[in-house]
Structures are given as C-alpha cells and as structure tokens.
Ligand binder design. Structure first.
Ligand SMILES: Nc1ncnc2c1ncn2[C@@H]1O[C@H](COP(=O)(O)OP(=O)(O)O)[C@@H](O)[C@H]1O
Ligand SMILES: [Mg+2]
Length: 399
C-alpha cells in the first residue's frame, strides 16, 4: 500500500530529470556559438527588411551532434528578436521522418500556424496555395525547418521542388517563405533535380563532430542542470565521454547519465560511482537506431529481422544477400505476407546502410546476381531481434 511513500522517502539524486530529456532545449548550447552566429547572419534580412527575400539553407552533420537543438534554439532567438521589433515571423519545425509525406508535412505546417485547420479534403497543391494565402492575409513570413529532410527526398516527393520555386517566376511579390533543410550529408540530395540541388546548396552550414573536450563540456552542463550538486564527479563524466565519443551521438551520453543516476538511486547511494556508470553504459541499442526502428515500416522491419536472424544462425560475422533472401521468404511464407521484390529489398539494404544499422560489402552490382555481404557490427543481435519483435507486436504483428 505504501509504495509511493517508500519511493518518496528516498532522497532523489535529480534536481530536474526533464533536463536530460532528448527534446529539451537548454538555455545555453556550449560549442555551437559559431553555428548560431552564422544562422543569425544568414537570416538577418528577415528582421531588417521583412519579406524582401526568401532564404534557403541546408544544414548537414552526423546524428546526435546538436543540429535539431541548435535550430530550435535559433527559432527562439528569431521569435524574440522579431517580437521586440513587431515583425511578424512564424517559425515551424517539422520532422519529415515522423510526417513521412509532403501532404502530412504541409498539413503539419498549416496546423502549427492555424490550429483549427481541418485535416482532410485537400491536395498538396491546394495546401501550398492555402499556406501562401494565409501568409499574405496575415502579412507574415514563415521560416520552415524541414528536419530529417532525406526521408522526403528519397520518396521522390516534390514538396522540396515546389517550396524552392515559390515566387520564382513572379516579380514584385512579397517573399513569404524561408526554409532550413536538415540532412546528414550532401549525398542525400542525389535524387533531386539539378536546379533544386543548386538552390539548396548555395548556403550550407556543416555541423562538425564534437571533440572529446566538447562532449565533456556539454555532458557536464547537462549534468549540472539535471542532477543535484556533487552527484557525479568529473572523472565519471569523462568515462561517459569515452563511450559517447565512439559514435559521437550526445543522446547516448545523456542516456547513460540518466541511467547511471537511476541505478545509484536504486542502490540508495548519495552519488554516482564507477559501477553505476559501467552498468549504465552497457548500451542496449544506440539511441539513433531505436529512433529509426520506431518509425520503420513493418515490411522493412520484417526484412531487417531476416538479416538479424540470419546473422544469429551463422558462425560468420557476415551473411550474403542471397542467404537473407531465403530467410525473408520463409518469414513471409509463415506469416502469409506478400514478399517485396528483390530490387525493393536491395533498396531497403541501402537505407539500412544509410541509417548506420548495417555495413555492406558489395561483391558484384549486377542486377540479377547482386552479390553482397552484410554485417551488423555495432548492435547486439539478440537485443536488436527482441526490439524488432516488440515493435512489430505493438503494431499487432506477431512473429
Ligand atoms: N551543444 C549542446 N549543448 C547541450 N546539449 C546538446 C548540445 N548538442 C547536442 N545536445 C543534446 O544532444 C542531443 C542530440 O542533439 P540533436 O540536436 O537531437 O542532434 P541531431 O539533430 O544533430 O541529431 C539532444 O538532446 C541535445 O539537446
Ligand atoms: Mg535531429
């Protein structure tokens, strides 16, 4: 009966647990000054001469190095600066991995600026016109952030095409829309037409990876915000830096920090010790991968499951594409699914590679006899298998 009371009696090591959450935007962003300054410089005209230009900017850089948080932070600065000057600017942040299609992205943008907008009954072209009408009516500019933009591009969606061309052939018209696109690297743009690419490539801000020293400063700052004083020693933060530095994703570091503090609490300790960090770092699956799996289509998950199962059953660290195909056929037969074509599956492989889940060693690129060896080097296979099965289960699919 007294469960809550028991827990409440225990002193917490946290000052504010939410400050370790992945989506939290802190008051300071150590080591992203240069990027924030560049962004402000590029968007200065939105404030000095509203609606005179439409900026299109691309941000690139690896996963977990602060692209999203820096842009959100910039959005706050922009809102503040424009409010102070009574300039109407809207800022909207859309994650294309979550929204998936041009249609959903546009609906999301419109609903962010007009909450009562009905969801159905429009084509993407309608929506674009509605958006522009709305901006004209309100005499306002909008900065649209298309985060994880590659998820739209790879679907051959033409939203980027339309957005980069709005106003192209009209004169003396107000410029209403600016765009920041976020991608991992420039190769994501390969599927776009030449002129869209060249528009987007005019302004690129490349976020560099953090050094160990920088990761230390960041984790120390986040620990300072979230934990009580003296709960973690610098040496232990350094330990977390070592594991975080491997793939550079700050989210892994924040996660270990949180887990280590929870473990220490569970053991009634007054501070975190080496053992807590060690246990906390026995990372199950990298954070970036978990995120990707959560939004992956069931078909892709089934295919990934075939790879995992295949790898688990061989003594080798690699498995051939052909071998995976056989496994996949069996899974599909057992579940009564329609298997995807080989070329579709080959595309899935390329996507897994881009998402840093697998490594492919291509032996031959011939369409008929594609030969390749596939590896999953960084993730524990049994854990990955369980996670995939759980996610499928949550979609009502039992393997
Ligand atoms: N300079 C920084 N200061 C504080 N926290 C940071 C910093 N850079 C990244 N983070 C945190 O690390 C996590 C990953 O950053 P994120 O912006 O999501 O990376 P990306 O968009 O590049 O994948 C977030 O929780 C973010 O708050
Ligand atoms: Mg991001």
């Amino acid at each position: 009966m007294e469960y809550f009371e028991e827990f409440l009696k225990k002193p917490s090591l946290f000052q504010d647990e939410s400050k370790l959450e992945m989506n939290f935007v802190p008051n300071k962003l150590p080591h992203r000054d240069k990027e924030l300054s560049l962004l402000s410089q590029l968007f200065l005209t939105l404030i000095t001469d509203p609606n005179s230009i439409s900026r299109k900017i691309l941000i690139t850089g690896k996963t977990g190095i602060g692209k999203t948080v820096t842009i959100k932070y910039f959005g706050e600065i922009l809102k503040k600066a424009s409010n102070e000057r009574n300039i109407a600017i809207k800022y909207v942040h859309v994650n294309c991995r979550k929204e998936r299609t041009s249609y959903k992205v546009l609906i999301k943008i419109i609903q962010l600026i007009n909450k009562n907008f009905p969801k159905r009954g429009y084509s993407p072209q309608d929506l674009l016109e509605i958006l522009i009408d709305f901006l004209n009516q309100q005499d306002t500019h909008i900065l649209i952030v298309l985060d994880e933009l590659s998820y739209l591009i790879n679907k051959g969606e033409d939203l980027i095409y339309s957005l980069t061309r709005i106003n192209d052939d009209s004169v003396n018209i107000q410029e209403r829309i600016s765009i920041i696109g976020v991608i991992r690297d420039i190769s994501c743009l390969n599927n776009l037409d030449y002129s869209t690419v060249s528009t987007l490539q005019r302004n690129i801000i490349k976020f560099s990876n953090y050094s160990k020293k920088q990761i230390f400063d960041i984790l120390k700052y986040r620990a300072h915000l979230s934990l009580k004083e003296n709960v973690i020693a610098d040496d232990l933060i350094k330990m977390i830096v070592e594991s975080t530095y491997i793939n550079g994703d700050i989210r892994n570091g924040l996660n270990v920090l949180w887990k280590a503090a929870k473990i220490a609490e569970g053991r009634n300790l007054k501070f975190i010790n080496t053992e807590c960090v060690r246990l906390g770092s026995q990372e199950i699956v990298p954070f970036s991968t978990l995120d990707i799996l959560k939004y992956m289509s069931s078909q892709k998950l089934f295919f990934l499951l075939s790879i995992v199962k295949g790898l688990k059953s061989t003594y080798d660290t690699k498995i051939s594409f052909l071998e995976i195909l056989k496994r996949y056929q069996i899974i599909c037969e057992n579940l009564g699914l329609n298997p995807r074509s080989n070329s579709q599956l080959w595309n899935y492989l390329q996507e897994f590679k881009r998402e840093s889940i697998i490594v492919i060693e291509v032996l031959s690129e011939k369409i008929k006899g594609r030969r390749a060896l596939i590896q999953i080097p960084e993730i524990n296979l049994s854990k990955l298998e369980n996670i995939i099965i759980e996610i499928l289960k949550s979609k009502g699919l039992h393997v």
